[in-house]
Design a protein around this ligand. Sequence first.
Ligand SMILES: C[S@@+](CC[C@H](N)C(=O)[O-])C[C@H]1O[C@@H](n2cnc3c(N)ncnc32)[C@H](O)[C@@H]1O
Length: 306
Amino acid sequence: MDTTQNNREKFEKDTRQLFHKLHSAQADSTYIFQRLTSLLSTDYLNVPEDFFRGKICLDAGCGSNANATYAMLKMGAKKVYAFDLDESIYETAPRMLKEFPSSHYELSTGNVLNISFADNSFDFVHCGGVLHHSADVFQGLQELGRVTKIGEVLYIHTYGAGGLVREMTSFFREKYSQDESFKGIVDNLTAQKLQQGILEIFASMERHGDSFGKKIPVNLVDELVDDDLVLTIQDRIAAPAYHEHTEEQLRACLEEEGFHQIERLTRYPYLKNMRRFLSPLYCEYDSEIAKLCYGSGLIQLKAMKG
Ligand SMILES: C[S@@+](CC[C@H](N)C(=O)[O-])C[C@H]1O[C@@H](n2cnc3c(N)ncnc32)[C@H](O)[C@@H]1O
């Protein structure tokens, strides 16, 4: 990508603007926020239940709803420092964290490519779904490694590489950046419009003597096509960048930064909408069908420094 200063600033501004819109909508839904805050757990990280007790943590690229910060505080972190690219996070994150004393967390603006904390500052560093949206995944990893204390843990998840679904989403992302009318459709998509479209298809089938659509109750259509799904579609298509990296590339970089005990994690995402049919593929990323659809899968790595 073009990384001249102006382009980089515009790229980061566009990235933050999109995610602020999506994260604010997520924050407005109790169900979505609860789903997101349940993703980071000691079971998932494969660490003892009291792992977070007394820990000073970093949530790099925390997003506007700061769901991982919330999860770490809930699990007993002593203090969580959370940052994202600009001030927009202040509009939402403090509201999402209001059940915790404000002395337990600190929100700031910052860039994962140039983290404003000293070397060896944190007992646990979390960077979820951020690096592949940044201008330089490897510089980000280097910075995350620098601020992790020796003997402590860094957790990242990144987009992964390859697979048919990723090829399709890349095609749509390209189209979104070039085709105003397609952009308008994606930007203005709602669950209601999608549900309506499906019901119109059922009605047309019925008119042509195929009543199969009638077997699918309207409330099931509403459940399979919800706001959570629409926000995911907009995330995948409207994000300025989704850089792809394999597990091997990320492991090699972590090793270079002095990490060992690098462990790939996985989890079964519990979803209500039609993405629930994909949950087995997300979780069992090594199955043949998962590799066909998602290549290397979502790369979720935990590593110890030093
Ligand atoms: C998919 S969201 C993930 C948010 C949050 N970590 C989570 O797990 O829900 C990606 C976030 O990365 C942030 N981001 C992208 N590039 C960044 C950078 N260079 N430095 C800091 N944050 C960045 C975006 O602003 C956005 O909030």
